[in-house]
Write a protein that binds this ligand. Structure first.
Ligand code: PLP
Length: 399
């Protein structure tokens, strides 16, 4: 099928919810993807922070193919070795004792909030409130879009679930004023992704941890975007010297095979009993085998070090561009390989111009260019992206 035929089918039949770019992707190799006209793109978005190992990683492909040949799915009525091994590894890495595997980020957050509600209610009927941050992103289900404190995701879906309130991200005084005996959980991204790559002030997350302890509230970190090595440690919270009560993962965990997970402290997890939560697909052997292959590659290929080193290089290079084009790029921020470059104007034009020149990046929150490449890129790939961005900014100026 040619490009126009594919786009016509989508236009006729797909629910019109995506503002897609006009390319039809067909295959990928390493950090590159190819469209169905043979054009090559360097992929610095990685399926929105998902393809941690890039495309066609031999270890991941082999694990998925072998598992598909053995058993794709069997339901959670039975045990599988891959699932048992995966939850062991995630528990050992996190310092949290219990794991539930879901299929997506939103589902992981739903499960985490259900657990927090149940835990809170056992202490007091009114301990049900969940505090989240403005400009957060937690998913598209009714409860997760309510947790997502952005009106554009909520409008039209009222009535929304009750018991949510929102505070400015990084503002400790606002959090202190909001947390009370009625708070069952505070849910935060350690670094806000969709909201514009916002890194909170040093010490903020640790202070929120202490505040939660003081009020008997659970601290939930949504590490769906930051987790699995993206920030240079397996979990972003490791760099804060704290542990949450619950953490959620999804995007990169299985390198592109749909998966989500929430991990909880034993004491919290114990409030769930047989039948309290579940999933048909969640934790199926195909997804678990993929996740195990991702964890294995991260260790074998030192991807945490790579995320640290190349994240630093990417930020340095972007800062040089910001100096060269001070009227266009105003701030560069991030950690490891989640990096944002805030623009004085809108970013979609720059993203489109880069795409034209064979570079896939993304713009989030309207004016923040977001770079979330595979963790196994090299310095040469960064040079390639920076050279194209430089030429786009030179030719077009601001958009
Ligand atoms: C992407 C994302 C989600 C939602 O994940 P889905 O798999 O799209 O449901 C939730 N939280 C964060 C921080 C995310 O980046």
């Amino acid at each position: 099928m040619n490009k126009n035929a594919v786009m016509a089918l989508d236009a006729q039949y797909y629910l019109p919810v995506f503002a897609r770019y006009p390319i039809v992707l067909e295959r990928g190799e390493g950090p590159y993807v190819y469209d169905n006209e043979g054009k090559k793109y360097l992929d610095f978005l990685a399926g929105i922070a998902v393809n941690l190992l890039g495309h066609g990683h031999p270890g991941l492909v082999k694990a998925v193919a072998e598992q598909a040949g053995k058993l794709i799915h069997c339901s959670n009525l039975y045990y599988t070795e891959v699932q048992a091994t995966l939850v062991q590894k995630l528990a050992q890495r996190s310092g949290l004792e219990r794991v539930f595997i879901a299929n997506s980020g939103a589902e992981a957050n739903e499960g985490a909030m259900k657990l927090a509600r149940k835990y809170g209610k056992l202490q007091s009927e009114s301990k049900v409130e969940i505090i989240t941050a403005q400009h957060s992103f937690h998913g598209r289900t009714l409860a997760t879009l309510t947790a997502t404190a952005q009106e554009k995701y909520q409008k039209g879906y009222e009535p929304l679930p009750q018991g949510f309130s929102h505070v400015p991200f990084g503002d400790l005084a606002a959090m202190e004023a909001a947390v009370s005996a009625k708070t069952c959980a505070v849910l935060l991204e350690p670094i806000q992704g969709e909201g514009g790559v916002h890194v909170p002030p040093a010490g903020y997350l640790k202070a929120v941890r202490e505040l939660c302890d003081k009020h008997g509230a659970l601290l939930i970190f949504d590490e769906i975007q930051t987790g699995v090595g993206r920030t240079g440690t397996f979990f972003a919270y490791e760099q804060e010297g704290i542990t949450p009560d619950i953490v959620t993962l999804a995007k990169g965990l299985a390198g592109g095979v749909p998966i989500g997970a929430f991990l909880a402290k034993e004491e919290v997890a114990q409030v769930f009993h047989a039948g309290d939560h579940g999933s048909t697909f969640g934790g199926n052997p195909l997804a678990c085998a993929a996740a195990l292959a991702v964890l294995e590659a991260m260790e074998q290929e030192n991807l945490l070090d790579n995320a640290n080193n190349l994240g630093q290089l990417l930020q340095d290079k972007l800062r040089q561009l910001a100096q060269k084009y001070p009227g266009i790029i105003t701030t560069v921020r991030g950690r490891g390989l989640i990096v944002g470059a805030e623009l004085a104007g809108q970013g979609r034009g720059i993203v489109e111009a880069c795409l034209e020149k064979g570079i896939i990046i993304n713009c989030t929150a309207g004016n923040v260019l977001r770079f979330v490449p595979p963790l196994n890129i090299t310095a040469a790939h960064i040079e390639e992206v920076i050279a194209v961005l430089d030429s786009v900014l030179k030719e077009h100026g601001a958009f």
